[in-house]
Unconditional design. Sequence first.
Length: 429
Amino acid sequence: MFSPLLMSTCDPKAEAAAGDARAAYRLHQGLLKLGISSRMLVQDKEIDDPTVIGYPNKLGPIISKVRPSLDALPLKVYGHSKRNPIYIRLQWLPNNITSQVAKLNPDIINLFWICDGFVPIEAIAKFNKPIVWTFQDMWTFTGGCCYSKGCDRYTKSCGNCPILGSNQASDLSSWVWRRKAKAWQNLNLTIVTCSNWLAECTKSSSLLQNQQIKVIPNGLDVDIYKPIERQTARNLLNLPQNKQLVLFGAIDATSNKRKGFHLLEAALQKLSNTEWKYKIELIVFGASQPKNPVDFGFKVYYQGKISDENKLVILYSAADVMIVPSIEEAFGQTASESLACGTPVVSFDSTGLKDVVDHQKNGYRAKRFSNDDLANGIIWALENKQRHEKLCEQAREKAEQVFSLEVVTHSYLSVYEEARTEFNRDRAI
């Protein structure tokens, strides 16, 4: 029997918790349901769950709040500030994480997203436990960026970093890359990626190209994320019954360029100049209505930030189609959640969403970053009632067969067993 420890920077119930924290917690819950003695270690605990552990002292929450700012201090040389944030995680400040993990004494460690100072790069090799690392973005094999924005410097040794605005080979990104290369050169590591796209990126990286990689999608509880009758869902949210509702949502939905709201905006502007202007309306969650909202020519319902899963299920069920127009996405958890609620998804034919959306089966994959084809995909998903009903059925089927927490948890148990066996074999040599 395993006693795994799952590690994630964010508490899954924190307001700023991203999909990776929710993915880790869902797996934790799946393990507990199977009778596995799982625990989860986070930087700053908010959730009321005794199996989730935070820093064991009163200063822990204070330290966790100031550590990201301290960790980012070297970035100020490159112009980093609140007005001009540079999204590179350096992970250089020491902390007591290794001793804390040693006290917990798990059989196996499953790392998820551990940036913002939670686990220093050099600490990982000191855990002396079998390690499974679930990649939820690109940080592990880059010079510090979570998404490379199309840069391929991570296939070499970073440096000349476009995110830093650097033209120097020995810049901060190169420094981070070299620290990883030195600290992890003899690390016995099992890598899991949440999508085939992320696995391909990992294999092309100079740091981890020789590692074996397993692909396991993020799981979800299909008994929670399940369809609600659309009319009922709309009544609960006071949404119109006589419109076809288009849904879009993410953390910082309208301001995070990676999430592609500007591309959706262009597609919807095209639709507003057609007869669809009178048929559709838009729902946005993850952002409140801005002071100067975009005029699409039709009504927009801004829902703000939502952490309550029950409200998310109602939102997904109320919509006719979910749009996930991300430019870079390791997986696309809002897409899988939408499918589980029987709502088809329109995305671009790129990155991790290719594993989630099956073209013209449970949604539509538009040509890469084409506003025109994104608009075409919305029309295609909505214009034929019989086709739409089939898409909804197949969306739910995909979620049950591929993203079900039970299926995903059993896949992880197989990985844990293999990782522990290999770790013990290496120690015996």
